[in-house]
Ligand binder design. Sequence first.
Ligand code: NDP
Length: 451
Amino acid sequence: MEFDYDLFVIGGGSGGVRAGRVAAQEGAKVALAEEDRYGGTCVIRGCVPKKLMVFASEFAHAAEDAQAYGWDIQPGAFDWDVFRGKLYAELDRLENVYRNILGNNGVETFDQRAKVADAHTVELADGTRKTAKHILLAVGGRPTKLDVPGAELAITSNDIFHLDKLPETILIVGGGYIASEFAGILNGLGVKTTQFYRGAQILRGFDDETRNLVASEMIEKGIDLQVNTNVVSLEQDGDKVKVLDTNGTTTTFDKVMFATGRAPNTDGLGLTEVGVEIGRKGEVVVDDYSQTAVPSIYAVGDVTDRVNLTPVAIREGMAFVETVFKGNPTKPDHELIPTAIFTQPEIGTVGLSEEEARAQEPIEVYSTSFKPMQQSFAGRSEKVLMKLVVSQKTRKVLGCHIVAPGAGEMIQLAGIAVKMGATKEDFDRTVAVHPTMSEEIVTMKSPVRTG
Ligand code: NDP
């Protein structure tokens, strides 16, 4: 049977664009449909604008620190309009980069929504039908809101980049990546920030010592973190929002942001109708090769709800092309993924937490917390953490956890060693780079805990 295309990709985010581009470079005839902006969550409403906001917010104390280092410099005010204008221009530039990558590689694009009509057919919003030998679902996810009265009054991370002005006060609900990162950003930009988390400590799933330090530093920086607290209802109060919480307290905020999780974008895509299996959270169920229950349909990225990170979606897209267009069946590797959480202070982490490792086997824990030179000289009391979790039996480093300025940059490199299976003794025989913060990762001599 003759198809219009070898591959039709639905979704122009990190995973879809990469898979489409590389398949086209392999000689495949490729089309891609995107209903919103090219670049997807990461580029348009996620990692990229978020990180630029982190940079903006970190200047809050730069003038004071410079003064401490002898500079005659005065603190000034943050201008949201100036920043937002530059942010929009940068996102326009990046969106063009993504469009051009596709165009330059001969991928035909359709700026409209697409859904699956059958195992080899895609239907565009204008009613046109296109056939393809393979269909790749790369439609990502979206933020969800809590099911409470007045939820429509809350914003999500999608809206935060488009505010007309910065609020004076904000409540952020949730204790995950997005909630904790935006609490730091908004607090840094001068917004009086409250964070509610329903459990005992934010950043569930991360190493306990790591999240305890981050939470205490966030409180130290001025965030009103209220754990064991959740929202009961929201109510309009003039141009503000009145919040009733689970402690029975009512507080009024300028804005309320829900960062209580994300859901895969599978609604209305025609998937169950054609036999694609959908899981409990609405995710597309795939096998190790990203293939769905319909052999001609594959899925990568957040829509599969495996590890929801841009570089992972890209890897999954590359493995899909390798498998389907290069005749080399390849499973994306989801083991030992290094990652950064851009809280303030920042976290870099790879491998098992102390708690996960201890549940698995006898371990040694090497950990040190100290005031870094640059901040300490400026009179700041903030602390950093360097930590290794080591297997007693194999001596392998099972987990590396860093809380420090630049921790994301550090963990990329430590991640190579951990991925290679480095032992504690391999770390030890690496000479320290002095004077740095990260030298502590190779100079910790005695375990602080064993067993
Ligand atoms: P997460 O799943 O990380 O966090 C959701 C938070 O909302 C958790 O604290 C969760 O609590 C809480 N929550 C869930 N349901 C409720 C409820 N009914 N009431 C109150 N609280 C609730 O999701 P995010 O939206 O923060 O991030 C989504 C994903 O995006 C991440 O998992 C990550 O993969 C990715 N991401 C990565 C970033 C990075 O790499 N730096 C940055 C941003 C996002 P509980 O813990 O108790 O379940």
